[in-house]
Design a protein around this ligand. Structure first.
Ligand code: MG
Length: 301
């Protein structure tokens, strides 16, 4: 999908993502996704992913992924105009792994570096792929849960979970259920599936309600679901019902783009670059906490 770009030569951005258990390398040129390969670290069944092992996984495949991205796009390193990487939020060790690769490439290739907010990456990818102009955003994933709307050069947060993200909550609940033989389960009053379904329905209903409140507050007629949990068809169905009832339009993407990927970092980097933002080498650190509303959105009016 191509968005009409400003009158300047085509800009090709390499995006590197690795803030959680996915590592991805994506190439984007003026709104066109040229390639977007990724790998997922999958721990043993019943276990969550820990920072150290996840970082080692990313170290093991990031260079092969880079080759793959260039080959699939039919490009060479000289064709890349800048290197974007996830600055945060996310898990420390995996973030560092990817930032080191980005810094090295930027210096080897003598290209500008762009430190991208992961959440802003999700939003910009969602806007690019769906064509939503000014949506109220429900960002829901393993690590983040936020309801966001744009105003005066910031993506403002209308609601968020501070203790645990919805994706992590669903996963952790399933793991806990395996360990605890709850009395409702022991008595046969309900099954593990019943409990998982109830939790999901309750969480999603809360998300839909807060999103609707934000839409009402902003007078918004567009809703966009991003983040890994945004692939969930039940969540999309509930959001669709809410949107239909208020005459609004729902935008969602499939797993290629709503799950963490390199192209989303490239796309947000492209927006930053075209409006003059560049990250100096001395500022190219990572941060586990990096709020969506800290970013100055220089590319929107
Ligand atoms: Mg994410």
């Amino acid at each position: 999908m191509r968005r009409a770009g400003p009158a300047m030569p085509a800009v090709t951005v390499l995006g590197l993502e690795g803030s959680a258990n996915k590592v991805g390398t994506g190439l984007v040129r003026d709104g066109q996704v040229l390639s977007n390969p990724r790998r997922t670290f999958v721990p043993a069944p019943g276990q969550g992913f820990l920072p150290g092992q996840t970082a080692r996984h990313h170290q093991g495949c990031v260079l092969a992924l880079l080759q793959e991205a260039l080959q699939e796009a039919g490009l060479e390193s000289a064709d890349v105009d800048c290197v974007a990487y996830t600055k945060g939020p996310g898990m420390g060790a995996p973030l560092v792994t990817v930032a080191v690769v980005a810094r090295t490439l930027a210096q080897l290739w003598n290209k500008p570096l762009l430190g991208v907010n992961h959440c802003v990456g999700h939003i910009e990818m969602g806007r690019l792929i769906t064509g939503a102009q000014n949506p109220t955003v429900l960002y829901v994933s393993g690590g983040n849960t936020q309801v966001i709307a744009y105003s005066e050069r910031r993506y403002r947060i209308f609601g968020e979970t501070i203790d645990i993200a919805v994706g992590n909550c669903l996963d952790r609940f399933a793991r806990v259920l395996k360990e605890v033989a709850h009395k409702m389960l022991a008595s046969g009053e309900c099954t593990p599936e019943d409990l998982c379904f109830s939790l999901q329905e309750t969480l999603f209903a809360m998300l839909v309600e807060i999103t609707e409140r934000a839409m009402a507050h902003c007078g918004s007629q567009e809703a966009l679901v991003v983040g890994g949990v945004g692939c969930n068809m039940r969540l999309q169905e509930m959001m669709q019902i809410m949107c239909a009832e208020r005459g609004a339009k729902l935008f969602a993407t499939d797993e290629r783009f709503c799950i963490d990927n390199g192209a989303m970092i490239a796309q947000a980097g492209w927006e930053m670059f075209r409006t003059g933002q560049v990250t100096q080498l001395k500022d190219s650190w990572i941060t586990q906490r990096y709020r969506t509303d800290e970013v100055e959105v220089t590319w929107r009016d």
